[in-house]
Design a protein around this ligand. Sequence first.
Ligand SMILES: [Zn+2]
Ligand SMILES: [Zn+2]
Length: 358
Amino acid sequence: MTQSGSGLHLAVVGTGALGSALLQRLAAVGMPSLLLIDPDRIEPRNLPLSPFLQEALLAHREQIAEYPYKAALLAAHAWAMYRLPWRALPCEVAAVGWQRLRACDLVCCCTDSALSRAELAFVARSLGKPVLDGAVAGGSIAEGRVTRFSPHPAAACYLCGMGEERRATVLGLAASATLGCRVPEDAPAMTGTRSSLDLVADTMAAVIRDVARGTAWGEISCAIKLYAADPQCSAETVELARSEGCPWHDAAAPALRDLPWELPLRDSLPRLHPGKDLLLDWPVCTVAVCNTCGQRCSPFQRVAVVRRTLRCPHCHATALQPLSTVSRIRAADPLALRSPRQLGQPIRHLYRLTATAG
Ligand SMILES: [Zn+2]
Ligand SMILES: [Zn+2]
């Protein structure tokens, strides 16, 4: 038995300044089951506020080429230093197969991207997972905050707390099949001080200890705690109400089922799940045009990836504009000749199925 208590399974999304500060605390108490999710490589700008990342880099300086991603380096360090078998997934949270997240008891959110937070909120709602979300000064946050999001369908999610306009922008980027202009995502710089970072990480670690001890998640609405950088300031707790305008509280959530990753849907869907259509979690771009060279391509990846990071296969510019997307596939559709893998779905996923349409 470790100090961290029971067999709690955690996922930590984001391993930058705040994520690595939290991980340092979880390593110190011997948290054994932890999934690290972060697509980013190690960059010098990550280091000044990340003692744990600095420590990991120093300890692995001879093998650094083997660990280009932050998540992989920190997992290797947790094993080398603490004998903790943490697993790293160097990808976006929206690209993680849901079978990997199904066993998690709690998802900790330490990313500084609004898009990743929104994608995580959808994944957590779909899988019925509670989220512990921390953030340090930047954007709309005064100094720092820790938010507990209950998995209850009636409870507010991260998206509920956004203004309508901001929500529309983030949803347009992540989940809209309508083909608007390319939307640049804001990238707020991490401006927090070490003291506010430590305060937020300490608070998150304390909540995790409570969860490990079996303290009930309890409340239906979630509580937000706001912290001032001055440690003398007392924490303020604010309840967050569910927003009627938030689309992610579907009472009749679709069934989650397994499908073979490599088999065409036309073969697997009618045999394993007759009368069902596949609802893709995120619209998948089937045709895109490059705004630089004008050539077309068929990415078969999430529209958020196509809009933000995918390079044109002809001129390598990051300037692809989705022309055609798909969100729902019937067994009779031509696209059902493709396998989930060929449709850009993650390995070890759980698929959302719904009664077939007309
Ligand atoms: Zn919501
Ligand atoms: Zn091009």
